[in-house]
Design a protein around this ligand. Structure first.
Ligand code: NAD
Ligand code: MG
Length: 397
C-alpha cells in the first residue's frame, strides 16, 4: 500500500491519475488532492477516494470547499501555501499535475520528502531544471517522467550506458495545424487550436501542441532528464502518435515505446514502477492503425522549435524566460487578446528584451519568471488585441 498525493487533481492528468488509483484501492491510499478553483471536482474526488485532505489554491474558494466537505472527515485548506504544505505531507508518491511554473514550489516541497515524485508538470523542469534536479539528488527523491515522450525514452534508455546512446528522437504529432500555411494560421481561433487531433488535454498544453512550443518545452525537458548532448536530441513529426519516442544506440538499434494515445499508460508506468499495472486500454491494434508516418518539423512555420532550441543551448535564464512568456502569451491568446502567430512573436520579443543572470535558486527562478511575465504582458499591450471577447472558461470546461 502506497500513499499518494495528486497536485492538480482536477485537470486532465489529475483525473487520469485518479482513474487509475481508484481502480486499485488495495494499492493506493490517497493522502491529499489539490486544485485551483474546481471545488466541485475536487470535493467529489476527495469523497470518492476518502482522501485525508483537499486543498484549493484559490483561497476565496475555501468556504465553498468546506461546505462541500461538511459531514466528512476530510480536511480542507486553501491558498498557495496550503498547496505547498499538502505536497510536504510526505506521500510515498506525489503526482505533479499542476499546469505551469506555478507548480515549482509544490514540486520542490514534494521532492524534499525524499520519496517518489512523478512529473507531468513540465514547466518547472524547463524553468528550473538544475534547481529541481539538484534538490532531487540532495533529498534522494526519485523523479519519474509521466510526459508520454519522456516516459517512452525512460522505458527505452539504458541508464547504465548513456554513452552508448547516439540519439534521442522525440516524436511530435504536429498538432492541429501541421499542414497549414502560416497565412492560414494567422486567423485560427482558440476553439480550433485546443482541438488536438489525437490527445485530449488541458487548454494550455493543447495550445502548446498547436504552436509546437510543447515539443520545444519537451526538448528542454529531455535535455534535463537524460544525460545526452543537446544536439543528440531530435524531433520528428509522427502524426499518428503511436510511437511516443525512440532511443537510437551506437550499434544501430533503435528502441521505441508504442501505445495508444492515452496518458493513462505513461502515468500507470510511473505509478507502478518498477512493477507494471493493468490499465483499461485496449491492446494496440497495429493492423487497424495500418501505417506510421514521419516527417521533418518545419521551423519556418513553427518558430517555437528554433526559439526553444536556442534557449536550451544558451541555458541560464533563457528557458525560464521563454516558458514564462509563453504561459502569458497562451493565456492572452485564449482570452482573444492576441492572434495565434503572436504567441511565438511575444516569446521572441520577451527573450530579446530581457537577459538576466542565470537563476540559482527557486526564489531566483521565480523572480526571473515574474519579471519575464510582466515584460511579456507589456509586449501584449503593445501589440494590443482588438479581439477581446469570450474567456477561456467558455471554451474549455
Ligand atoms: P489542466 O489544465 O487540465 O489541469 C491543471 C490542474 O492544475 C488542475 O487541477 C488545476 O486546478 C490546477 N491548477 C491550475 N492552476 C493552478 C494554480 N495556480 N495553483 C494550483 N493549481 C492549479 O492541465 P493538464 O493538461 O492536466 O496538464 C498538467 C501538466 O501536465 C502540464 O504541465 C502539462 O504540460 C503536463 N502534461 C499534460 C498532458 C496531458 O495529456 N494533459 C500530457 C503531458 C504533460
Ligand atoms: Mg508530451
Amino acid at each position: 500500500m502506497k500513499t499518494i498525493t495528486i497536485l492538480g487533481a482536477t485537470g486532465s492528468i489529475g483525473t487520469s491519475t485518479l482513474d487509475l488509483v481508484e481502480r486499485e484501492p488495495d494499492r493506493f491510499e490517497v493522502l491529499a488532492l489539490t486544485a485551483n478553483r474546481d471545488v466541485a471536482g475536487l470535493a467529489a474526488a476527495a469523497i470518492r477516494t476518502r482522501a485525508k485532505l483537499a486543498v484549493v489554491a484559490d483561497e476565496a474558494c475555501l468556504p465553498e470547499l468546506r461546505a462541500a466537505l461538511a459531514g466528512t472527515n476530510i480536511g480542507a485548506a486553501g491558498g498557495r501555501s496550503a498547496v505547498v504544505e499538502a505536497a510536504r505531507l510526505g506521500a510515498d508518491v506525489t503526482m505533479g499535475a499542476i499546469v505551469g511554473c506555478i507548480g515549482l514550489e509544490p514540486v520542490m516541497a514534494a521532492i524534499a520528502g525524499g520519496k517518489t515524485v512523478i512529473l507531468a508538470n513540465k514547466e518547472p523542469l524547463v524553468s528550473a531544471g538544475d534547481v529541481v534536479l539538484a534538490a532531487a539528488a540532495r533529498h534522494k527523491a526519485t523523479l519519474l517522467p509521466a510526459d508520454s515522450e519522456h516516459n517512452a525514452i525512460f522505458q527505452c534508455f539504458d541508464a547504465a550506458r548513456p554513452e552508448r546512446v547516439r540519439r534521442i528522437i522525440l516524436t511530435c504529432s504536429g498538432g492541429p495545424f501541421r499542414t497549414w500555411t502560416t497565412e492560414a494560421m494567422r486567423s485560427v481561433t482558440p476553439e480550433q487550436a485546443v482541438a488536438h487531433p489525437n490527445w485530449s488535454m488541458g487548454a494550455k498544453i493543447s495550445i502548446d501542441s498547436a504552436t509546437l512550443f510543447n515539443k520545444g518545452l519537451e526538448l528542454i525537458e529531455a535535455a534535463r532528464l537524460f544525460p545526452v548532448a543537446h544536439d543528440s536530441i531530435e524531433i520528428v513529426i509522427h502524426p499518428q502518435s503511436v510511437i511516443h519516442s525512440l532511443v537510437d544506440y551506437i550499434d544501430g538499434s533503435v528502441l521505441a515505446q508504442m501505445g495508444p494515445p492515452d496518458m493513462r499508460t505513461p502515468i500507470a508506468h510511473c505509478l507502478a514502477w518498477p512493477d507494471r499495472m493493468a490499465t483499461p486500454m485496449a491492446p494496440l491494434d497495429l493492423v487497424a492503425i495500418g501505417r506510421l508516418d514521419f516527417e521533418a518539423p518545419d521551423a519556418e512555420r513553427f518558430p517555437a522549435i528554433r526559439l526553444t532550441r536556442a534557449a536550451l543551448d544558451a541555458g541560464g535564464a533563457r528557458p525560464a524566460i521563454l516558458n514564462a512568456a509563453n504561459e502569458v502569451a497562451v493565456a492572452a491568446f485564449l482570452d482573444r487578446e492576441i492572434g495565434f502567430l503572436e504567441i511565438a512573436a511575444i516569446v521572441e520579443d520577451t527573450l530579446a528584451a530581457y537577459d538576466p543572470a542565470a537563476p540559482e535558486s527557486v526564489d531566483e527562478v521565480l523572480a526571473v519568471d515574474a519579471e519575464a511575465r510582466s515584460m511579456a504582458r507589456r509586449q501584449i499591450t503593445v501589440r494590443g488585441g482588438a479581439l477581446r471577447g469570450t474567456n477561456v472558461k467558455d471554451i474549455v470546461a
